[in-house]
Each structure stands twice: as structure tokens, then as C-alpha cells.
Ligand binder design. Sequence first.
Ligand SMILES: [Zn+2]
Length: 254
Amino acid sequence: MLKIEIIPCLKDNFSFVIYNKINRNSLVIDPGEVEPIIYFIKKNNLKLNYILNTHHHSDHIGGNLELKKKYSLKIVGSKMDQKRIPGIDIVLNDGDIWNFENSEIEVRETPGHTIGHIYYYLKKENALFTGDTLFSFGCGRLFEGTYENMLSSLKLIKSLPHNTNIYCGHEYTLNNIKFCLSLDKENQILKKTYNEIKKKIDLNIPSIPTTLKEQISNNIFLNFDNIELKKKLKFENLDELNFFKKIRELKDQF
Ligand SMILES: [Zn+2]
């Protein structure tokens, strides 16, 4: 079983170091910058073998070339982003299984935020790395893809086991819950969750991982099929796609 460590980077990004506790082999997902990664690798006496990128944005690939030079590692990403991820060595396609230290990592395309966005799913570790597709109580902005793209990406994530731990690319949780509460005003679970997470953030503790179960219950962007919620928000006339579109537009203005 691999160990997963959350490494806060830049202003509100998350990188993740995943490592084998016995032989110290490791990989890093989305190194936004180098210093915090090098610090963690040194402190824990790890060998950094790979970088995995979820998409091409600079706050996710910023550390690629410097880390590649320092550790002679290989960079892994989507075939779709072959021309946009600096230093890429290994390209993966939708549905590919990539092996790291006897753990299978499933890659699926999740377009919407960007066209070439992918997720990494570690079945054995019960962990999903969603990049900027799904956030805790939110979802990514649509920079390149369509609403249809993003909705089908969220549906794909929703089809995974509900006890999956979700590791996303940014610490946006509090603001996301505020947005959900601006629409679903009397949601007591959201209010309680907000207070719990506020305490964590005040202590500099990341709000993630969350679980898919928690997100399906109260992340408004995963509730495009929730008729009760639509009624409550007076959007009962909107189908799944138009409901999702409406909510995403409201969030863009929030
Ligand atoms: Zn991004």
C-alpha cells in the first residue's frame, strides 16, 4: 500500500507525493513549484521517479522541468496534452492503466476545465486525484471544454465507489461551501461542515481529502439529477445540462 502526502504549493494549490514506504520510490502529482516538493523528498529520504500531471496549467506543471533535471525522473501526462506539458516522456490515453510500485493507476479523460484534463485513480489506495475537474464542494471553471464535457466528466467521477477519497488541485473548499449555501440556504449539513473546515483551515490543515459520498450528498455540482434540490432552488424546469450550466454560471459570478 502506497502512502499519500498532501503538499500545499503556491497560494492555494495542492501537490501530492505518493511513495512506497519500504523502498522509498515516489512520484509527485502536479508539482506547482519545486521548493516544497524537494523539502519533502529530502526530509523523508525518498527517490523521486515520476511526475504525473492532470493538465497543462502553469500552477500544476510549474515544477516539471526543474524537478526533471534534479532527479532524472520521467514525466507522465495525457496524450491530448503532449504538446502542452513541459518535459513529458510518457503519454497515456483514456482507460489506460499505468503501474507504479505494484499499484494500478487508472487514467480517464475528464475534459471541461481543459480539453486534455485527466484524472488518476488508485484503486488499491481508494484514492482519486481530480486536478481541477472536481473540487471539494465545487468544480473547475470551463476554460476550454463545453458544459456537456464537464457534465459527463462529473458523471464519470460520480460512478466510482462512494467511499473513494478525493484529492483535488486547490484549497477552495470554504468559498465553495459559501456558494452552495448562497443557494441552499438552510442546509444544516453544509453549515456544520463549513464550521468544521474553517477550524482546520485556521490551523493550516488542508480540508481534503473529502469522500465521493460527502460530495454526492452536498456538492451542488454533483446534484444535477436531484429533483428535490431543483424544486427547492426553483429550477425544476431545467434538465440536467441546463441546471448544471445555470449553477456553473452563478458560480462564475459569485
Ligand atoms: Zn487548471
